[in-house]
Design a protein around this ligand. Structure first.
Ligand SMILES: N[C@@H](CCC(=O)N[C@@H](CS)C(=O)NCC(=O)O)C(=O)O
Length: 206
């Protein structure tokens, strides 16, 4: 059986778990990641030298980097969440990459500070700066959803909606004043309606 190493409080771990649930792939999960279980130990570093979660082990095959894992799982399951059509697939990849490299870094200071109390006394100026850059990225997502009227990449649900649905969950969870983003909110509601999403978009896992 597929093994997923990683704590459920990690957005990158939840990408993998939600995708596996959508595809009906069974898995066993083992808790790794700070503060639950520090991955910076030889046993874990031998699997992923970055000391980061998630790591997936499939019958002895070890894989890390959540985006690569998502694509591997879709291929393994023969799922169209990563489409066969070249251009449809490229758009899924575009939004998956954007979520990981452009959107995620923008909330870097806010999420640990406001959701995890790290640091205990956050710097308001840094919160404001991060919120400005996060909002700018979320407006790009808003404009895209307003254009598609549904899912982010193509006309149907894909791996990109999973990654971005989890990002929106973070956006919704932080206790700060934010602008209304109606298309993002509609997309989030649609994600929450999916039965496979229930465990991954809950209030216990911001
Ligand atoms: N690019 C990596 C990033 C992985 C990553 O940043 N993982 C974080 C959790 S979201 C981590 O392992 N943090 C250290 C820890 O939990 O101990 C991926 O997408 O898999």
């Amino acid at each position: 059986m597929l093994k997923v190493l990683g704590r459920i409080t990690s957005i990158n771990v939840r990408k993998v778990l939600w995708a596996a649930d959508e595809m009906g792939l069974g898995y066993a999960r083992e808790d790794w990641g700070k503060p639950i279980r520090d991955p910076n130990v030889p046993e874990f570093l031998a699997l992923n030298p970055n000391g980061q979660v998630p790591v997936v082990i499939d019958d002895g095959f070890v894989l890390w980097e959540s985006g690569a894992v998502l694509r591997y799982l879709a291929g393994r399951a023969g799922s169209d969440l990563w489409p066969q059509d070249l251009r449809e697939r490229a758009l899924v990849d575009q939004w998956l990459t954007w979520q990981a490299t452009e959107l995620n870094p923008s909330w870097g200071y806010i999420v640990p500070a406001l959701l995890r109390g790290d640091p205990a006394n956050p710097d308001p100026a840094r919160i404001a700066t991060a919120l400005t850059s996060w909002t700018k990225k979320m407006r790009i997502f808003e404009a895209r959803l307003a254009e598609t009227g549904g899912f982010v990449a193509n006309g149907r649900f894909s791996l990109a909606d999973i990654a971005l649905g989890l990002s929106t969950h973070r956006w919704m969870s932080v206790p700060v004043d934010k602008p209304a983003l109606p298309a993002v909110e509609a997309h989030y509601a649609m994600m929450k309606d999916r039965s496979a999403a229930a465990a991954h978009l809950g209030s216990g896992t911001p």
